[in-house]
Write a protein that binds this ligand. Structure first.
Ligand code: ZN
Length: 108
């Protein structure tokens, strides 16, 4: 798939939209990420909810084609919010380990 153009912005929706990553429907007036891209098949646009957008930005910067709903299912989680919390916790404990490791090294 050749991606020719990509556009992203956060919009306040004027009608209900499904999030392209978790497949939940969000009512109009929600802040959602709007992704538009053009490839050899034509113009595509998807919306993302705030939680999925945060997960993607933080943990899957190249992940255009991931399915957050599938990752949740694999991990036995029900919502992207639980997934984000799990990622944040894992990230935090890794950061603490790294800090401790660096402190140890400074003392040696
Ligand atoms: Zn979502």
């Amino acid at each position: 798939m050749t991606e020719l153009l990509k556009k992203f912005k956060v919009v306040t929706t004027r009608k209900p939209h499904f999030c392209g990553f978790c497949e939940r429907e969000f009512p109009k007036g929600s802040d959602m990420g709007s992704h538009v891209y053009v490839d050899s098949d034509g113009i595509h646009s998807i919306y993302t909810c705030e939680t999925c957008q945060e997960i993607i930005e933080k943990y899957y910067p190249d992940g255009d084609e991931i399915s957050i709903i599938k990752i949740c299912e694999q991990d036995g989680l029900k919502t992207p919010e639980e997934l984000l919390e799990k990622f944040d916790k894992a990230f935090e404990s890794e950061r603490i380990l790294l800090d401790e490791f660096q402190k140890k090294q400074e003392h040696e």
